[in-house]
Design a protein around this ligand. Structure first.
Ligand code: ATP
Length: 282
């Protein structure tokens, strides 16, 4: 018998169910039932991210990215951060077992349900996501790809920050040239100096708040990267919808979408502001 760590499973430990949850760059995401390692071998419903094994097999980069993502997720334990159960890597396709979020990605949820979502739902999405990102920063993790497409919703509509493909265990990250970056969400100093810090996550989180109040619309929709960069250079930033609470609109305009990171607030300040605003919404 092979000895496996707490985070390693055999493929047989996960029973794949028929339900397909989605498809990503890695491959399919399916519902599964995982036999956990606790003494009672409790079963949990999980989402299984499968690394597609194409004819020419998976590339080293894909495997590296998947393992990078799981290594970061293992360190995390917070109600608003997607939980990882472990991996099965002894054969292909590789499996990544993660917390099941049956309401799917927040972006699609906002688009599909915009007629029925209440302002109380929206402030809860903002608050939960903000708490998740504040927790990441408390653990010295930069997310680097915050957007509503990377926030998942559980059955009871709790938001979970997910997709740690670009995340880094540091509080300052300098980008190498020619890397793929999510331009429409980036702070001026990332676009101009190629650096990522907790303050650049705060700027991207401003875009998340904007997306929530715009029902899942993408920032700068229809504009190309060059146009977006020119706008940021002129310090023209997004403005929150008038449906957002006044205090939050003010915070985002004065302390989030600002050019100088020194003048930008922390995720903790966003959480505090939203906690206060939440009381006025209900
Ligand atoms: P990328 O392509 O950058 O990896 P992605 O979000 O497109 O990101 P995945 O993370 O593989 O790709 O997810 C694909 C889709 O599967 C998501 O959009 C979502 O609908 C669904 N999904 C992913 N993870 C879960 C989960 N834990 N619970 C429920 N559905 C999920």
């Amino acid at each position: 018998p092979i000895s496996l760590s707490k985070w390693e499973f055999q493929h047989e430990d996960t029973e794949l169910l028929a339900k397909k949850l989605g498809e990503g760059a890695f491959g399919e995401v399916r519902v599964g039932r995982l036999t956990t390692k606790d003494p009672k071998k409790k079963l949990v419903e999980v989402a299984v991210k499968m690394l597609k094994s194409s004819a020419d097999s998976v590339t080293r980069d894909q495997v590296e990215e998947l393992l990078h993502e799981t290594r970061i997720m293992r360190k995390l334990d917070h109600p608003n951060v997607l939980r990882s159960y472990g991996v099965a890597v002894l054969r292909e396709p590789l499996y990544l077992m993660i917390e099941l979020c049956s309401n799917g990605a927040l972006r699609e949820y906002l688009k599909e349900n915009h007629k029925t979502i209440t302002l109380a739902d929206k402030i809860n999405f903002v608050l939960g996501s903000a708490r998740g990102v504040a927790y990441l920063h408390s653990q010295r993790i930069l997310h680097r790809d915050l957007a509503v497409r990377n926030i998942l919703l559980t059955e009871d509509k709790t938001p979970k920050v997910s997709d740690f493909g670009l995340a880094e265990l540091t509080d300052r990250y300098e980008m190498k040239e020619h890397c793929k970056i999510p331009v429409r969400y980036l702070a001026p100093e990332t676009l101009e100096l190629f650096i990522f810090t907790p303050k650049t996550d705060v700027f991207s989180f401003g875009c998340v708040i904007w997306e929530i109040y715009e029902n899942g619309q993408q920032p700068h929709d229809g504009k190309n990267a060059q146009t977006i960069r020119a706008q940021v250079k002129k310090r023209e930033f997004l403005k929150l919808s008038s449906s957002a609470p006044e205090a939050l609109r003010r915070l985002v305009a004065e302390k989030v979408f600002v050019a100088d990171p020194e003048n930008r607030c922390s995720m903790t300040s966003i959480v505090q502001c939203v906690e206060t605003a939440e009381k006025t919404v209900k």
